[in-house]
Design a protein around this ligand. Structure first.
Ligand SMILES: [Zn+2]
Length: 149
């Protein structure tokens, strides 16, 4: 059967800082991240299915990505656990939405993290094909299933 790729795009605003980085990005700053999630599978051929002709309902893909990534990271701060995080973890109204992660919060590591979140939540008949994360208009990182061996 013919395999088709289906992509859904999302957007969220997140602040981060790169621990020990030798440039401006060591300071807390924000991005409007643009995320594209692409899955691959065969369009449903069951004439009785309400999802006839779809690899996966765009709405169902959104139901996976929005609560687990977009809603979680939007308007939050993403920091490496290597930072001095005590200040942010204290009861502080400005940092209610903070994520202390065990990786350097680059776009590269974020797509790896997002792939790990999405993969187990997909139905069996579709596979995660790629994740693309734009940090700026001109800069993005991509995760491809085919690259992971
Ligand atoms: Zn940045």
């Amino acid at each position: 059967m013919t395999k088709i790729r289906v992509t859904k795009m999302f957007e969220f605003e997140t602040a981060h800082a790169l621990h020990n980085y030798d440039g401006l990005c060591r300071n807390i700053h924000g991005h409007t991240y643009k995320l594209s999630v692409t899955i691959k599978g065969e369009p449903i051929t069951d004439e009785e299915s309400t999802k006839l002709g779809m690899v996966m309902d765009f709405g169902n893909l959104k139901q996976i990505v929005k609560p687990n990534i977009v809603d979680k990271f939007d308007h939050s701060v993403l920091l490496s656990k290597k930072e001095e995080t005590e200040y942010f973890e204290k009861e502080n109204k400005l940092f209610k939405r903070i994520h202390i992660v065990d990786f350097q919060p680059t776009a590269e590591n974020m797509v790896i993290h997002f792939a790990e979140i999405i993969k187990p939540l997909l139905p069996e008949n579709v596979k995660l094909y790629s994740i693309k994360l734009h940090e700026t208009t001109n800069s993005y990182a991509e995760w491809y299933a085919d690259d992971q061996d």
